[in-house]
Design a protein around this ligand. Structure first.
Ligand code: ADP
Ligand code: GLC
Length: 485
C-alpha cells in the first residue's frame, strides 16, 4: 500500500518549539501515523530554535517575496520528524515566544507571519516542489487557518483539508484593511468568507472552508456547538456539524514512561508503586516543603491562565491544607495568578511550593512523585497533563469538561464497585465542588488499598497515540477514497 501523503501545517512542534499541548500533538502524531500508512511532513516556521535543531537540510524552494522579504523552504529532518521549514528571517528570526515579544505583547506582524505559514503550505500543496504532492493538508489551529481559504480562492478542489481546533479561545483576528496585502480577493470579505465581526478571522476562515473539522475530544466537539462553549463560533460549527468530529489526543508513551524516565529519582511501574516514594521525597526536598511521605501531595503543572481555573484552586487551598495535604505548582502565565501562588507559598512554607517557569524535567518528576494532579479547568479541549498523570499513577482531580470528561473515569461508588475508576471529577466548575472533590480524594487516599487500585487502573489505561492515529488515518482516507487500495 503506498502511504498517504499528509502535509501538516503547524506553528509549534515538540521537541523543537513548544508553548503548550499543540506542540506535543504536532510532534507525536506524525510518528504514530507512520504506523497507519500515512507519511506526514510538517511545514513549520523557521524560528531560531527550529533552524538550530535541524539535521542538515536542503533548500527546496526560494521565494522572492513572502510578505515583505525573501524566504527559503528547507526540507530537513529533526527528532524523527520530516519537516519543511520556512526560513524567512524578516518574519521568524526572533528569539523568545513564537507569538509574543519580550514585552509580552503579540508580535505586531502576526497577521503576516502566520499568513506566510499558510501561504507556503498552499504552495507546497499545489506543487511548489516537483517531487512532492500531498494527498491531504492538515491545518492546526488559527495559525494555519488560512490554508483552506487560500486553496479555495486559488480555485483548487484538491488536496482536501482537515482543520483541527486545539483551543477555540485562540481565533486569530486581524484588521479588515489587510485583506489585499494578505493576498485575499475583495469577495473574501464576507460572512461566507474570512470576515468575522468586522475583522479577518483566521480560525473562522479555516472552519468555514475546510473539508473536515476535528477537535481534540468528542465532548469538546459537542460543547463548541453550544452558545456557552462556542466562543462566538457555535453558529458556524452547528452549520458544519456534519463534518465536525472529536478525536482524542494521546501522549508519547516513550517520552512519558515511568519505567525508563531519566528525570525520576526512582523509575517505577505498576508492580513497583512503593518506589514512587523516593520521587515524592525528592519533590518535597526540591520545593522546600516538609519531607514527609505520609502527607498526601497534590500537584499542578499548567499554563497559568483563566482557562485552567487556577483562581479556583487558590480559593480551595485552605480545604486542601486543612486535610493535611501539600501542594506543589509548576507553571507560568498570568501575573495575578503568579502573585497569588507566590503569596500562598510564602504563607504556607511547609506545605505549598511554587516554581514559576517552564521546566520539562521537573514536570516529569512531579508526575512521578505526586499523589494527585489538580486540573480545575473552566474548559479543556483535551488536556494532556491528566494523561501523563494517569500513566505515572498520579490520580487526576478534574473539572467535568471537554476532554477531561472523556479521559478520566470518576471513582464514584459504582465505578469503585466495578473496579474502573481512574480519578475524580467535579461539576459544575465552582470552588465548592472543587473542595468537595479534594475531600473525596483525601478520603480515598486514606484507604491505601483503594488508592492503589485506582492507581493501577489509571496506569493500565491506554493513553498512547495508537487509537487516535488510526482515527486520523481513517478520516484522511475518507477524504481521498480513490487512494483506498
Ligand atoms: P495546554 O495545551 O492547554 O497548555 P495540555 O494539557 O494539552 O494544555 O498540554 C500542556 C503541556 O505542557 C503538557 O505536556 C504539560 O506537561 C506541559 N506544561 C505546561 N506547563 C508546563 C510547565 N510550566 N513546565 C513544563 N511543562 C509544562
Ligand atoms: C490546547 C488545549 C488542550 C489540548 C492541546 C492539544 O492547548 O488547551 O486542552 O490538549 O491544545 O490538543
Amino acid at each position: 500500500m503506498t502511504p498517504l501523503n499528509v502535509l501538516a501545517v503547524v506553528s509549534e512542534i515538540f521537541p523543537l518549539i513548544k508553548t503548550g499541548g499543540l506542540a506535543d500533538v504536532a510532534g507525536a502524531l506524525p510518528i504514530a501515523l507512520a504506523a497507519e500508512g500515512a507519511a506526514v511532513r510538517s511545514v513549520v516556521p523557521g524560528y531560531p530554535a527550529v533552524l538550530g535543531a535541524l539535521d542538515g537540510g536542503v533548500t527546496v524552494a526560494r521565494l522572492d517575496d513572502l510578505f515583505g522579504g525573501e524566504a527559503r523552504v528547507v526540507a530537513a529532518k529533526a527528532a524523527g520528524l520530516d519537516l519543511f521549514v520556512i526560513d524567512a528571517p524578516h518574519l521568524f528570526a526572533r528569539d523568545a515566544d513564537p507569538y509574543r515579544g519580550p514585552d509580552g505583547r503579540e508580535w505586531p506582524d502576526n497577521a503576516f507571519r502566520f499568513a506566510a505559514l499558510s501561504r507556503v503550505a498552499v504552495l507546497l500543496a499545489q506543487g511548489l516542489i516537483a517531487e512532492y504532492r500531498p494527498d491531504v493538508v492538515h491545518a492546526h489551529d488559527w495559525q494555519a487557518g488560512l490554508v483552506p481559504a487560500y486553496l479555495y480562492y486559488a480555485g483548487a478542489i484538491d488536496p482536501p483539508t482537515v482543520m483541527t481546533v486545539h483551543n477555540l479561545a485562540f481565533q486569530g483576528y486581524f484588521p479588515a484593511d489587510l485583506l489585499s496585502r494578505l493576498g485575499l480577493p475583495a469577495a473574501a470579505y464576507s460572512i461566507d468568507g474570512v470576515e468575522y465581526y468586522g475583522e479577518i478571522g483566521y480560525l473562522k476562515a479555516g472552519l468555514h472552508f475546510a473539508d473536515r473539522i476535528t477537535t481534540v475530544s468528542p465532548t469538546y466537539a459537542a460543547e463548541i456547538r453550544t452558545p456557552s462553549g462556542g466562543m462566538g463560533m457555535d453558529g458556524l460549527l452547528r452549520a458544519r456539524a456534519d463534518v465536525l468530529s472529536g478525536i482524542l489526543n494521546g501522549i508519547d508513551t516513550s517520552v512519558w514512561d515511568p519505567a525508563h524516565d531519566k528525570h525520576l529519582a526512582a523509575p517505577f511501574d505498576a508492580d513497583r508503586l512503593p518506589e514512587r516514594v523516593a520521587n515524592k521525597v525528592a519533590l518535597q526536598t526540591l520545593f522546600g516543603i516538609d519531607r514527609d511521605p505520609a502527607k498526601p501531595l497534590f500537584c499542578v503543572i499548567s499554563r497559568l491562565a483563566a482557562q485552567k481555573g487556577i483562581d479556583l484552586l487558590l480559593e480551595a487551598l485552605p480545604t486542601l491544607l486543612r486535610g493535611g495535604a501539600q501542594l506543589v505548582v509548576l507553571g507560568s502565565g498570568d501575573a495575578l495568578l503568579e502573585a497569588g501562588l507566590r503569596s500562598s507559598a510564602a504563607a504556607n512554607p511547609g506545605s505549598v511550593g511554587v516554581r514559576l517557569g517552564y521546566d520539562e524535567g521537573l514536570a516529569h518528576l512531579m508526575q512521578g512523585g505526586s499523589d494527585a494532579l489538580l486540573m480545575p479547568s473552566r474548559f479543556e479541549p483535551c488536556g494532556l497533563t491528566q494523561l501523563c498523570a494517569m500513566r505515572y499513577g498520579t490520580l487526576p482531580i478534574v473539572a467535568h469538561v471537554g476532554g477531561l470528561c472523556d479521559t478520566v473515569i470518576d471513582a464514584n461508588e459504582m465505578a469503585m464497585a466495578a473496579g474502573v475508576g481512574t480519578g475524580f471529577h467535579f461539576s459544575p466548575v465552582a470552588r465548592e465542588m472543587l473542595q468537595a472533590a479534594i475531600l473525596r480524594a483525601l478520603a480515598v487516599w486514606r484507604r491505601s488499598d483503594l488508592w492503589l487500585r485506582l492507581q493501577r487502573n489509571a496506569m493500565r489505561t491506554e493513553v498512547g497515540w495508537r487509537g487516535p492515529a488510526a482515527r486520523y488515518a481513517a478520516l484522511y482516507r475518507e477524504l481521498v477514497p480513490h487512494r483506498v487500495d
